[in-house]
Design a protein around this ligand. Structure first.
Ligand code: TXA
Ligand code: MG
Length: 316
Protein backbone atom coordinates (compact mmCIF):
# COMPACT_ATOMS: atom_id res chain seq x y z
CA UNK A 1 0.00 0.00 0.00
CA UNK A 2 1.53 3.35 -0.96
CA UNK A 3 -0.70 5.38 1.38
CA UNK A 4 1.18 5.69 4.67
CA UNK A 5 0.43 7.34 7.98
CA UNK A 6 2.98 10.02 8.89
CA UNK A 7 5.48 8.64 11.43
CA UNK A 8 9.18 9.29 11.95
CA UNK A 9 9.93 6.34 9.68
CA UNK A 10 7.57 7.29 6.85
CA UNK A 11 8.65 10.95 6.98
CA UNK A 12 12.22 9.75 6.60
CA UNK A 13 11.16 7.56 3.69
CA UNK A 14 9.47 10.59 2.12
CA UNK A 15 12.63 12.62 2.57
CA UNK A 16 14.80 9.91 0.94
CA UNK A 17 12.44 9.63 -2.00
CA UNK A 18 12.38 13.42 -2.49
CA UNK A 19 16.17 13.70 -2.13
CA UNK A 20 16.62 11.11 -4.86
CA UNK A 21 14.36 12.94 -7.30
CA UNK A 22 11.02 11.20 -6.82
CA UNK A 23 7.59 12.76 -6.53
CA UNK A 24 5.25 11.90 -3.67
CA UNK A 25 1.74 12.74 -2.53
CA UNK A 26 1.75 15.32 0.29
CA UNK A 27 -1.21 16.55 2.33
CA UNK A 28 -1.81 20.29 2.68
CA UNK A 29 -4.75 22.13 4.24
CA UNK A 30 -6.12 23.06 0.80
CA UNK A 31 -5.75 20.01 -1.45
CA UNK A 32 -3.18 17.20 -1.69
CA UNK A 33 -0.02 18.15 -3.56
CA UNK A 34 2.25 16.21 -5.86
CA UNK A 35 5.56 17.19 -4.29
CA UNK A 36 9.09 17.17 -5.65
CA UNK A 37 12.39 18.86 -4.83
CA UNK A 38 12.04 22.34 -6.33
CA UNK A 39 15.81 22.57 -6.88
CA UNK A 40 15.83 19.52 -9.14
CA UNK A 41 14.69 19.97 -12.77
CA UNK A 42 14.40 16.23 -13.35
CA UNK A 43 12.15 15.81 -10.39
CA UNK A 44 10.04 18.73 -11.62
CA UNK A 45 9.81 17.16 -15.06
CA UNK A 46 8.39 14.07 -13.36
CA UNK A 47 5.62 16.19 -11.86
CA UNK A 48 4.58 17.47 -15.29
CA UNK A 49 4.75 13.97 -16.72
CA UNK A 50 2.66 12.46 -13.93
CA UNK A 51 0.06 15.16 -14.28
CA UNK A 52 0.07 15.33 -18.04
CA UNK A 53 0.33 19.04 -17.42
CA UNK A 54 1.14 21.64 -20.08
CA UNK A 55 4.74 22.65 -19.43
CA UNK A 56 4.03 26.35 -19.45
CA UNK A 57 2.04 26.04 -16.29
CA UNK A 58 4.25 27.18 -13.38
CA UNK A 59 4.14 25.46 -10.00
CA UNK A 60 3.75 26.77 -6.46
CA UNK A 61 6.86 26.45 -4.29
CA UNK A 62 6.19 25.28 -0.73
CA UNK A 63 8.61 26.27 1.99
CA UNK A 64 8.80 25.79 5.77
CA UNK A 65 9.29 29.36 6.98
CA UNK A 66 9.74 32.98 6.04
CA UNK A 67 13.51 32.63 6.24
CA UNK A 68 13.42 30.12 3.39
CA UNK A 69 10.97 32.32 1.46
CA UNK A 70 13.15 35.46 1.43
CA UNK A 71 15.95 33.46 -0.18
CA UNK A 72 13.83 32.78 -3.25
CA UNK A 73 11.41 35.72 -3.55
CA UNK A 74 11.76 39.50 -3.19
CA UNK A 75 9.28 40.62 -0.55
CA UNK A 76 7.69 44.02 -0.88
CA UNK A 77 6.54 45.67 2.35
CA UNK A 78 2.96 44.55 1.71
CA UNK A 79 4.06 41.00 0.87
CA UNK A 80 5.86 40.82 4.20
CA UNK A 81 2.79 42.07 6.06
CA UNK A 82 0.63 39.44 4.39
CA UNK A 83 3.12 36.65 5.03
CA UNK A 84 3.29 37.61 8.69
CA UNK A 85 -0.49 37.80 8.95
CA UNK A 86 -1.47 34.68 7.02
CA UNK A 87 1.41 32.21 6.84
CA UNK A 88 2.06 29.74 9.64
CA UNK A 89 2.97 30.06 12.46
CA UNK A 90 0.54 33.03 12.58
CA UNK A 91 -2.62 32.32 14.54
CA UNK A 92 -4.61 33.69 11.61
CA UNK A 93 -2.85 31.39 9.15
CA UNK A 94 -4.85 30.94 5.96
CA UNK A 95 -4.16 29.62 2.48
CA UNK A 96 -2.25 32.31 0.62
CA UNK A 97 0.21 32.03 -2.26
CA UNK A 98 2.27 35.14 -3.02
CA UNK A 99 3.69 35.76 -6.49
CA UNK A 100 6.95 37.69 -6.11
CA UNK A 101 9.96 38.51 -8.26
CA UNK A 102 12.63 35.82 -8.08
CA UNK A 103 15.72 36.80 -6.10
CA UNK A 104 18.89 37.23 -8.17
CA UNK A 105 20.46 34.00 -7.00
CA UNK A 106 17.20 32.10 -6.61
CA UNK A 107 18.14 28.39 -6.82
CA UNK A 108 14.65 27.17 -7.75
CA UNK A 109 14.37 25.13 -10.97
CA UNK A 110 13.36 27.33 -13.89
CA UNK A 111 11.21 24.52 -15.13
CA UNK A 112 9.25 24.72 -11.88
CA UNK A 113 8.44 28.38 -12.53
CA UNK A 114 8.03 27.80 -16.27
CA UNK A 115 10.75 30.28 -17.06
CA UNK A 116 8.95 33.23 -15.46
CA UNK A 117 10.79 36.04 -13.69
CA UNK A 118 8.35 35.57 -10.87
CA UNK A 119 7.81 32.82 -8.34
CA UNK A 120 4.70 31.65 -6.48
CA UNK A 121 5.41 30.78 -2.84
CA UNK A 122 3.40 29.54 0.11
CA UNK A 123 3.75 27.98 3.55
CA UNK A 124 1.09 25.27 3.80
CA UNK A 125 -0.92 25.28 7.01
CA UNK A 126 -0.80 21.55 7.65
CA UNK A 127 1.29 19.84 10.36
CA UNK A 128 2.41 16.94 8.14
CA UNK A 129 3.49 19.24 5.29
CA UNK A 130 5.30 21.49 7.78
CA UNK A 131 7.07 18.53 9.39
CA UNK A 132 8.13 17.25 6.01
CA UNK A 133 9.34 20.67 4.81
CA UNK A 134 11.30 21.45 7.95
CA UNK A 135 12.91 18.02 8.11
CA UNK A 136 13.89 17.76 4.47
CA UNK A 137 15.37 21.27 4.17
CA UNK A 138 14.37 21.66 0.55
CA UNK A 139 11.67 23.73 -1.08
CA UNK A 140 8.99 21.53 -2.58
CA UNK A 141 7.18 22.31 -5.81
CA UNK A 142 3.68 20.91 -5.56
CA UNK A 143 0.74 21.27 -7.88
CA UNK A 144 -2.51 19.63 -6.90
CA UNK A 145 -2.05 15.86 -7.03
CA UNK A 146 -4.44 15.09 -9.87
CA UNK A 147 -4.08 14.65 -13.60
CA UNK A 148 -4.42 17.99 -15.45
CA UNK A 149 -7.98 19.24 -15.84
CA UNK A 150 -9.50 16.75 -13.42
CA UNK A 151 -10.84 17.40 -9.95
CA UNK A 152 -8.36 18.29 -7.18
CA UNK A 153 -7.79 15.61 -4.52
CA UNK A 154 -8.90 16.28 -0.95
CA UNK A 155 -7.96 12.90 0.56
CA UNK A 156 -5.10 10.41 0.26
CA UNK A 157 -7.51 8.02 -1.43
CA UNK A 158 -8.30 10.61 -4.15
CA UNK A 159 -4.58 10.83 -4.90
CA UNK A 160 -4.33 7.06 -5.03
CA UNK A 161 -7.18 6.87 -7.53
CA UNK A 162 -5.77 9.58 -9.77
CA UNK A 163 -2.02 8.91 -9.64
CA UNK A 164 -1.53 5.74 -7.62
CA UNK A 165 0.19 3.94 -10.48
CA UNK A 166 2.71 6.76 -10.95
CA UNK A 167 4.09 7.58 -7.49
CA UNK A 168 5.80 5.54 -4.76
CA UNK A 169 4.30 7.16 -1.64
CA UNK A 170 1.30 9.18 -0.45
CA UNK A 171 1.52 10.59 3.08
CA UNK A 172 -1.92 10.49 4.66
CA UNK A 173 -2.78 13.74 6.42
CA UNK A 174 -6.51 13.09 6.62
CA UNK A 175 -9.18 14.97 4.68
CA UNK A 176 -8.21 18.54 3.66
CA UNK A 177 -9.76 21.10 6.00
CA UNK A 178 -10.09 23.86 3.37
CA UNK A 179 -10.86 21.68 0.36
CA UNK A 180 -9.96 24.07 -2.45
CA UNK A 181 -6.69 25.63 -3.54
CA UNK A 182 -4.90 28.60 -2.04
CA UNK A 183 -5.67 32.18 -3.02
CA UNK A 184 -2.97 33.42 -5.43
CA UNK A 185 -2.01 37.08 -5.09
CA UNK A 186 0.41 38.72 -7.52
CA UNK A 187 2.53 41.23 -5.59
CA UNK A 188 4.53 42.30 -8.65
CA UNK A 189 1.83 44.59 -10.06
CA UNK A 190 1.55 48.19 -8.81
CA UNK A 191 -1.67 47.24 -7.07
CA UNK A 192 -1.59 43.60 -5.87
CA UNK A 193 -3.77 41.42 -8.08
CA UNK A 194 -5.78 38.30 -7.33
CA UNK A 195 -4.85 35.66 -9.93
CA UNK A 196 -6.95 32.91 -8.38
CA UNK A 197 -9.58 33.23 -5.64
CA UNK A 198 -9.14 30.48 -3.08
CA UNK A 199 -9.00 29.44 0.56
CA UNK A 200 -8.21 32.88 1.96
CA UNK A 201 -10.89 35.50 1.30
CA UNK A 202 -10.19 38.74 -0.53
CA UNK A 203 -11.78 40.58 2.39
CA UNK A 204 -9.13 39.23 4.80
CA UNK A 205 -6.32 40.34 2.47
CA UNK A 206 -7.79 43.82 2.07
CA UNK A 207 -7.99 44.17 5.84
CA UNK A 208 -4.19 44.04 5.93
CA UNK A 209 -3.08 45.93 2.80
CA UNK A 210 -6.14 47.81 1.54
CA UNK A 211 -7.82 47.48 -1.87
CA UNK A 212 -6.46 44.97 -4.37
CA UNK A 213 -7.32 44.27 -8.02
CA UNK A 214 -9.53 41.34 -8.80
CA UNK A 215 -8.29 40.51 -12.27
CA UNK A 216 -5.57 40.89 -14.84
CA UNK A 217 -6.37 42.15 -18.33
CA UNK A 218 -4.05 39.54 -19.72
CA UNK A 219 -4.69 36.76 -17.29
CA UNK A 220 -3.91 33.93 -19.65
CA UNK A 221 -0.26 34.94 -19.64
CA UNK A 222 0.10 35.86 -15.97
CA UNK A 223 -1.55 32.72 -14.65
CA UNK A 224 -1.67 29.99 -17.26
CA UNK A 225 -3.40 27.79 -14.71
CA UNK A 226 -6.42 30.03 -15.03
CA UNK A 227 -7.29 28.50 -18.39
CA UNK A 228 -11.02 28.73 -18.86
CA UNK A 229 -11.75 25.04 -18.80
CA UNK A 230 -10.15 23.70 -15.66
CA UNK A 231 -11.22 21.51 -12.78
CA UNK A 232 -13.77 19.73 -14.95
CA UNK A 233 -15.79 16.57 -14.34
CA UNK A 234 -16.34 14.40 -17.43
CA UNK A 235 -20.08 15.17 -17.73
CA UNK A 236 -21.44 18.71 -18.32
CA UNK A 237 -22.29 21.02 -15.45
CA UNK A 238 -25.33 23.31 -15.25
CA UNK A 239 -24.97 26.21 -12.81
CA UNK A 240 -27.49 28.12 -10.69
CA UNK A 241 -30.01 25.31 -11.05
CA UNK A 242 -33.39 25.92 -9.42
CA UNK A 243 -34.85 22.66 -10.70
CA UNK A 244 -33.56 19.30 -11.83
CA UNK A 245 -34.22 16.92 -14.75
CA UNK A 246 -34.53 13.17 -14.23
CA UNK A 247 -31.20 12.38 -15.83
CA UNK A 248 -29.36 15.08 -13.91
CA UNK A 249 -27.52 14.77 -10.60
CA UNK A 250 -28.45 17.65 -8.35
CA UNK A 251 -25.76 19.15 -6.14
CA UNK A 252 -27.55 21.18 -3.50
CA UNK A 253 -26.59 24.06 -1.26
CA UNK A 254 -28.43 25.14 1.87
CA UNK A 255 -31.94 24.13 2.88
CA UNK A 256 -33.98 23.04 -0.11
CA UNK A 257 -37.13 21.12 -1.02
CA UNK A 258 -35.47 19.92 -4.23
CA UNK A 259 -34.33 16.27 -4.27
CA UNK A 260 -30.59 17.00 -4.08
CA UNK A 261 -28.43 13.88 -4.53
CA UNK A 262 -25.76 15.51 -2.40
CA UNK A 263 -25.67 18.80 -0.54
CA UNK A 264 -22.53 20.93 -0.32
CA UNK A 265 -23.78 22.29 3.00
CA UNK A 266 -27.31 21.74 4.27
CA UNK A 267 -26.83 24.61 6.73
CA UNK A 268 -25.57 26.98 4.01
CA UNK A 269 -22.03 27.12 5.41
CA UNK A 270 -19.68 28.23 2.59
CA UNK A 271 -16.59 26.88 4.34
CA UNK A 272 -18.18 23.46 4.59
CA UNK A 273 -19.30 23.71 0.95
CA UNK A 274 -15.74 24.45 -0.16
CA UNK A 275 -14.41 21.47 1.75
CA UNK A 276 -17.01 19.21 0.08
CA UNK A 277 -16.86 20.65 -3.43
CA UNK A 278 -14.36 18.44 -5.25
CA UNK A 279 -15.34 15.24 -3.46
CA UNK A 280 -19.03 15.70 -4.29
CA UNK A 281 -18.44 16.72 -7.90
CA UNK A 282 -16.36 13.60 -8.27
CA UNK A 283 -19.00 11.39 -6.67
CA UNK A 284 -21.70 12.75 -9.01
CA UNK A 285 -19.46 12.42 -12.05
CA UNK A 286 -20.62 8.88 -12.83
CA UNK A 287 -22.47 7.01 -15.60
CA UNK A 288 -25.85 7.19 -13.80
CA UNK A 289 -26.14 10.84 -14.80
CA UNK A 290 -25.77 12.83 -18.01
CA UNK A 291 -25.27 16.15 -16.30
CA UNK A 292 -24.61 17.70 -12.88
CA UNK A 293 -26.94 20.57 -11.91
CA UNK A 294 -25.58 22.79 -9.15
CA UNK A 295 -27.78 25.04 -7.06
CA UNK A 296 -26.77 28.73 -6.70
CA UNK A 297 -23.88 29.45 -4.32
CA UNK A 298 -23.71 32.91 -2.66
CA UNK A 299 -20.94 34.91 -4.32
CA UNK A 300 -19.04 36.27 -1.33
CA UNK A 301 -16.09 35.20 0.82
CA UNK A 302 -15.00 31.69 -0.11
CA UNK A 303 -18.19 31.39 -2.21
CA UNK A 304 -16.37 33.44 -4.85
CA UNK A 305 -13.74 30.72 -5.15
CA UNK A 306 -16.38 28.00 -5.29
CA UNK A 307 -18.17 29.81 -8.12
CA UNK A 308 -14.86 30.38 -9.90
CA UNK A 309 -14.17 26.61 -9.83
CA UNK A 310 -17.72 25.80 -10.88
CA UNK A 311 -17.75 28.17 -13.84
CA UNK A 312 -14.41 26.75 -15.05
CA UNK A 313 -15.78 23.25 -14.70
CA UNK A 314 -18.88 24.28 -16.65
CA UNK A 315 -17.02 25.96 -19.52
CA UNK A 316 -17.03 23.95 -22.73
O1 TXA B 1 -3.56 25.12 -2.57
C1 TXA B 1 -2.73 25.10 -3.48
O2 TXA B 1 -2.24 26.15 -3.94
C2 TXA B 1 -2.31 23.72 -4.02
C3 TXA B 1 -1.58 22.98 -2.91
C4 TXA B 1 -1.06 21.64 -3.35
O3 TXA B 1 -0.56 23.78 -2.40
N1 TXA B 1 -1.49 23.84 -5.18
C5 TXA B 1 -1.99 24.21 -6.40
O4 TXA B 1 -1.07 24.16 -7.41
O5 TXA B 1 -3.13 24.55 -6.58
P1 TXA B 1 -1.46 24.15 -8.96
O6 TXA B 1 -0.17 23.86 -9.65
O7 TXA B 1 -2.56 23.21 -9.21
O8 TXA B 1 -1.84 25.62 -9.27
C6 TXA B 1 -0.82 26.60 -9.29
C7 TXA B 1 -1.30 27.86 -9.91
C8 TXA B 1 -1.46 27.75 -11.39
O9 TXA B 1 -2.66 28.38 -11.77
C9 TXA B 1 -0.25 28.50 -11.93
O10 TXA B 1 -0.45 29.03 -13.19
C10 TXA B 1 -0.09 29.56 -10.86
O11 TXA B 1 -0.32 28.87 -9.67
N2 TXA B 1 1.28 30.09 -10.78
C11 TXA B 1 2.38 29.46 -10.36
N3 TXA B 1 3.45 30.25 -10.46
C12 TXA B 1 3.02 31.42 -10.96
C13 TXA B 1 3.65 32.64 -11.29
N4 TXA B 1 4.95 32.81 -11.14
N5 TXA B 1 2.88 33.64 -11.76
C14 TXA B 1 1.56 33.47 -11.92
N6 TXA B 1 0.91 32.33 -11.63
C15 TXA B 1 1.63 31.33 -11.16
MG1 MG C 1 -4.38 22.16 -9.94
Amino acid sequence: MIIKQPTETTLHEAFSLLASGNVIGMPTETVYGLAANALDDQAIAKIYACKNRPQFNPLIIHIADLEAAVRIGIFTEDALKLAQAFWPPSERAGSLTLVLSRTKDCPISLLATAGLETIAIRIPNHPVALDLLSQCHMPLAAPSANRSNSISPTSAKDVLESLGDKIPLILDGGPCAVGLESTILDMTTSIPTILRPGGLSIESIEEIIGPIQKQHHNQSIKAPGMMKRHYAPSIPLRLNALDCDLEEALLGFGQTDLPAHLNLSATGDLQEAAANLFRMLKELDNPNFVKIAVMPIPNHGIGLAINDRLSRAAAI
